[in-house]
Ligand binder design. Structure first.
Ligand SMILES: O=C(O)CCC(=O)C(=O)O
Ligand SMILES: [Fe+2]
Length: 333
């Protein structure tokens, strides 16, 4: 099966195959190095934290968090178990994930491998964690043997941490405590990306330019490679010790009526080191209606976005292959 052509299993590959060479204009160029603000979640001043979220996302499209309450040991164990999964032989990975298993997917490049023009230099294991962690966990890989236990614990820790960010945002925007309760934020996945060493990073992409389809993504990364597109420049978001990177997706941009914005980002590859990242992504259930929160709309603040069902948005997003311009046409009023 073509989609099982995992790059992680190309031990010692010496050149980039033709189908992985991106057109000149889409290849990685220069990225700026800047100091990205780091928010200390041990701070009790919630108004200040929210202001820092606004400032950092306004300038860089993302913010970083330390003292988040997720144990460093658990993050390291999660990193290590995902690394082990991606290094298994192709048939081992295939055995762990059946095609009709919606809670657990493994793929190379994107989930549109068969139709895409150029492939991405990455493999991905995507696991559904909520709404029902205990049920989903039974569909996750049984190998490596520690995966279910470690990743299950990681998901529980992330549920707590993400709740804190959601509450902070809900409060800061003035939406009240209950806005994101229940089905508004109950669908969560963990996507474990592996970007192997690449013989020629100037020709390839780990992930091409996109904004996330969700409410919010909370990412952990071990090696540089993530870049955001702000004010006409690519900016490198380099990892710092024990910190998560948070970015907003289209759906939170709509709900906040543009006060919080989705940011375009991409991943470049590396000739010296392989890279691992895992993103905890938060979605509303697919039958939910998304629109600018009513309490943010008045005569002086008209809605900038329209109202739509999540599943209709998803269909459109995939139909336009996550092209930002086309997606904006769908969500803008
Ligand atoms: O690997 C990364 O740093 C980013 C991953 C990402 O953007 C995504 O999965 O949507
Ligand atoms: Fe993304």
């Amino acid at each position: 099966m073509a989609q099982m052509n995992f790059v992680s299993n190309w031990e010692g590959v010496e050149s980039v195959p033709e189908s992985y060479v991106w057109p000149q204009e889409k290849r990685p160029g220069i990225a700026l190095k800047k100091t990205i603000p780091v928010l200390d979640f041990a701070t009790q001043d919630r108004a200040l934290l929210f202001q820092k979220i606004l400032d950092s996302t306004h300038e860089f499209g993302v913010f970083q968090v330390i003292n988040h309450g997720v144990s460093k040991k658990l993050v390291e164990e999660t990193m290590s178990v995902f690394k082990e999964f991606h290094s298994m032989p192709p048939q081992g990975k295939r055995r762990e994930v059946s095609k009709d298993n919606k809670s657990c997917k493994v793929f190379t490049s994107s989930n549109n491998y068969e139709n895409e023009q150029t492939h991405l230099w990455r493999d991905c294991l995507s696991l559904t964690c909520y709404p029902d962690l205990h049920q989903n966990i039974h569909s996750w890989p049984q190998n490596p043997p520690k995966l279910r236990e470690v990743v299950g614990a990681y998901c529980i820790a992330m549920e707590k941490f993400s709740r804190e960010i959601i509450d902070l945002i809900s409060e800061g925007l003035g939406l009240g405590q209950g806005y994101f309760e229940g089905e508004m934020s109950s669908y969560r996945r963990l996507t474990a990306n592996h970007y192997p060493i690449c013989p020629n990073p100037s020709l390839t992409m780990g992930l091409n330019q996109h904004c996330d389809r969700d409410l919010m993504t909370i990412l952990f990364q071990d090696v540089s490679g993530l870049q955001v597109f702000k004010d006409g420049h690519w900016i490198s978001i380099d990892p710092i010790d024990d910190a998560f990177v948070v970015n907003f997706g289209y759906l939170l941009e709509v709900i906040s009526n543009g006060k919080l914005k989705a940011v375009e980002h991409r991943v470049v590859t590396n000739a010296e080191a392989s890279r691992q990242s895992f993103g905890y992504v938060i979605f509303p259930e697919k039958e939910m209606i998304i629109e600018p929160a009513k309490c943010l709309i008045n005569e002086a603040n008209p809605p900038h976005y329209r109202s739509f069902k999540v599943e209709d948005f998803n269909r459109h997003f995939f139909a336009v292959s996550n092209n930002n311009e086309e997606t904006m046409k769908f969500i803008l009023a």
